[in-house]
Design a protein. Sequence first.
Length: 379
Amino acid sequence: MRDVYVIGAGMIPNGRYAPGSAAEMTKQAARAALDDAGIEFSHLDAYISASGHPLTPRGVYLAKELGVTGLAVIHVEHASATGLAAMHTAWMGVRSGQYEAVLVVGIDCPEREQSVLEVIEGEGNLPAPALFAMWANRRMHDRGTTVEHLAKVAAKNWNYARSNPFAARRSKDVVTPEKVLASRMVAPPLTSMMCTPWGEGAAAAVVCSPEFADRIGYSRPRVAMRASHLESETYGPGHVFQGSIVGPPAMSEAAARAVVEKSGIAPADVDVVQVHDAFAIEELFYYELLGFCDEGDAEALLDKGAFGPGSRERFGLPEFSTHGGLIAGGHPGGPTGLAQVHETVRQLRDNNRRIGMCHMLGAGSVALAQMYERVDGRS
């Protein structure tokens, strides 16, 4: 098995796009990633399309729109985890020697007006805000978590999004926890500013072998995809499989533990982390579940200012959701995980960080965790 690099990443702003515009959105994101890598479509030997929305045009159709024909075309769908699942597929293909250069494109834009939430509910699932409100209330009962803790997580992510030109929600002013708490109530205790705005978008990445990067003379710092792990839910007391939006929290814990073992990179060495923070309560759980602090310590560390700007220097802990997360950055579905990869590449290559971790959940339920490392020089 060989190393795997991410040498290009690109995306368009998350937001609201007209139904039927998926092809143009795909072209823009794909072109941005190829330009970032310094290559053309002719260099590719595989194309992976990541779409989580059931009404989105499928992979082969979008590949033809790009003029990408005669090579492997794969369509990946795993709900919110679709983007990282597509990266997982590319990682396996390049690592095994099957492919040399793969373009991964995440795109979600409906063919007609229908929100992601409507799709979830239409399949007989519990509405996501209600589910995660239950998570929040349970933690508040068990741990003494307060609404102020949830507001601090959300405010941090909103303020990160202020400097992200691709974020769906960009506040002109600094967002305070008080402002978050004053926003419209969605599902107690979650207010609208604690919840993802969903939306549409497109993002892409170029995944390749070390030999390919050498052959094209790639000279920028390389981002190595050190490990990827896909975990499904397992039965536990009180857990119901049928109609589950997400599995038990232990699923994320297992995925993180596995990716740490595969990569040989300890949580203490991670600089930045992107997580499935569609609701503020989730990120609070993931500080502990992904191995960055002991169970029961998250709230106290958050109160001290950990997990935000300067966290690595002050506490030896990574910064979380540095592009605004799903709460403020947006959550289109298929592109969401690729937006995390885009941010991780930016942080490692352009912001002088060394180790990044990505994490997403997918309805059904699955969890993915991936580890990335900046590597300077040729292979």
